[in-house]
Design a protein around this ligand. Structure first.
Ligand code: HEC
Length: 125
């Protein structure tokens, strides 16, 4: 009796391809829930426009754009954007309204979170 090995070989080959595909794919970069207060504040107050992963939405830009690196947008510009809002000038998303309800400490915490994600995820350019 002659066994037909072909289907098993085909199954093995596709399994190998699946494994290879999984090994090659990078895990999707998302913001780290580092347990910091800044993470919570960002998700609650900024993510709706700037994205849960900081990469922007159709309502606001990515904070991983090189435009927001510390030499171009220092922490003071973050404080100002949160407190006073920001006029549209870099993008086409419209103005940013002031973000209500954050204490001075919340603002420092959220900036610290953005800076740590900029280091961890790197800039998009
Ligand atoms: C309702 C949408 C929205 C929310 C919520 C929001 N932003 Fe923005 N933000 C924008 C838009 C749109 C711009 C881009 C303005 C432009 O064209 O430069 C912006 C720009 C900025 C800038 C750059 C300001 C400048 O001087 O160029 C910073 C910093 C910033 N946002 C931080 C934050 C932080 C931190 C939070 C949360 C506390 C937040 N934003 C919440 C929409 C938003």
């Amino acid at each position: 009796m002659k066994k037909l090995h072909l289907p098993r070989l085909a199954a093995l080959t596709s399994l190998t391809l699946v494994v290879a595909a999984c090994t090659n794919s990078q895990p999707a970069a998302t913001a780290t829930d580092d347990g910091s207060p800044g993470f919570e504040i960002y998700q609650a107050s900024c993510a709706s426009c700037h994205g849960v992963d900081l990469k922007g939405t159709n309502k606001g830009p990515s904070h991983l754009s090189i435009v927001y690196e510390p030499n171009h947008h220092p922490d003071e510009s973050f404080r100002s954007a949160i407190t006073n809002g920001a006029r549209q000038h870099h993008w086409e998303f419209g103005d940013m309204e002031p973000v209500q309800g954050l204490s001075d400490q919340d603002i420092e915490d959220v900036i610290m979170f953005v800076r740590s994600e900029q280091v961890r995820q790197g800039f998009d350019q």
